[in-house]
Design a protein around this ligand. Structure first.
Ligand code: AQP
Length: 337
């Protein structure tokens, strides 16, 4: 199932807005860094992006989907080493999700914190929002995935996937679903909003709130503005274990972008006033995103190249997903087509 002896990695991002530095350090950066060690499959999860239909503008959705795919490449995902495709181009995702829907207890879905947070008190919330974790389980399980590199917010969904796979394997032993494990980075797994460090940095919030996020394609002047006006406090405490949430967020981001140890960072910034930390973080963020933005600019001029990568990626993905889907169908007793 895997290339040589390599374990398989699967992950994805929803094209629900502009990708931010949380998506980068929590997910895509580690995908790129571990590329040589695994058989990698990276998907733009466009079917997940319509679970809040009020937020879907068809023209923008199409553009954002291609933007996310181009950003995968710009962030260093190499199509020679990794399969890149759009979720909706491989029909098995929806088909397997239906089978898993029939096997997933509803109570498990109501317990998902992301559903509770996104549904809020909205009574006309779509079924897809509740069902999101089942589609995500289908995404992962179709590729006999061993590891799922994600930010911390997705941990509960991976646990759901593991529980569901175990349940299916018990009910229909022939399914032989691989039980995946989350791969959460040691630093940067939960980047908080710059404007409000009590909420996770999020694409959808960034759509309406300036200064909430650092976008991967933001101009250096906007990055500077967002970081320099990030919420801090008056304690002048730049130590990881003592800082308030806003300063801790800046320290964490600085750590992941600089690669320095906590001790080195504290020695440089503690007791110096937060301005010094903020300015240094601006430099690190601009330097980290500059090559991404340069590669992205090159890709916007070669639309055919991107489309060819996505076509080839979908072909390879389909060939793997079709086998697992057939195994699941067979285990459940469906007549082969
Ligand atoms: N703030 C974050 N810090 C670290 N990692 C994060 N991720 C998201 N936000 C942060 C990780 O990025 C990957 C892609 O996320 P997603 O598109 O599947 O959706 P999400 O987790 O719901 O991300 P957003 O940005 O908050 O999007 P919206 O606003 O659309 O819900 C995942 O691996 C995620 O963990």
């Amino acid at each position: 199932m895997t290339v040589g002896q390599k374990q398989r990695v699967f992950s994805g991002v929803q094209p629900t807005g502009k990708l931010h530095i949380g998506n980068y350090v929590g997910a895509i950066k580690q995908w790129a860094e571990h590329q040589d060690s695994y058989d990698n499959i990276f998907c733009v999860v466009d079917l997940h992006a319509v679970t809040i239909p009020e937020a879907v503008d068809p023209k923008q959705f199409r553009a954002k989907t291609l933007e996310v795919a181009a950003l995968y490449l710009a962030c260093g995902i190499d199509p020679a080493k990794s399969t890149i495709f759009l979720q909706s181009h491989v029909a098995e995702h929806s088909q397997a999700a239906w089978l898993l829907n029939c096997l997933a207890p509803l109570g498990w879905l109501y317990r998902m914190t992301q559903f509770k947070a996104k549904a809020g008190s909205n009574e006309s919330v779509g079924t897809g929002l509740l069902d999101y974790p089942v589609l995500m389980a289908a995404d992962i399980l179709l590729y006999d995935t061993h590891k799922v590199p994600v930010g911390e917010d997705q941990k509960q969904h991976i646990e759901f996937t593991r529980d569901l796979a175990q349940r299916v394997n018990t009910m229909f032993p022939g399914a032989g679903l691989v039980i995946p494990e989350p791969m959460i980075p040691p630093a940067g797994a939960r980047v908080m909003g710059l404007d409000d460090p009590t909420v996770k940095m999020s694409k959808s919030i960034a759509e309406t709130k300036k200064g909430h996020a650092i976008g991967l394609l933001d101009a250096p002047s906007d990055i500077k503005k967002a970081i320099m006006s990030a919420q801090t406090d008056s304690a002048n405490e730049a130590r990881f274990d003592h800082a308030g949430p806003g300063v801790r967020n800046l320290l964490d981001l600085y750590q992941v972008l600089s690669g320095q140890s906590r001790e080195e960072i504290e020695a440089e910034f503690h007791g110096q006033g937060y301005g010094k930390l903020k300015k240094a973080l601006v430099e690190r963020a601009v330097a980290a995103l500059e090559p991404v933005q340069a590669r992205y600019a090159g890709l916007t001029e070669s639309k055919d190249y991107l489309e060819a990568i996505l076509r080839q990626g979908a072909e390879r993905a389909r060939s793997i997903a079709a086998r697992t889907h057939a195994r699941l169908r067979d285990a459940m007793g469906f007549v082969a087509p």
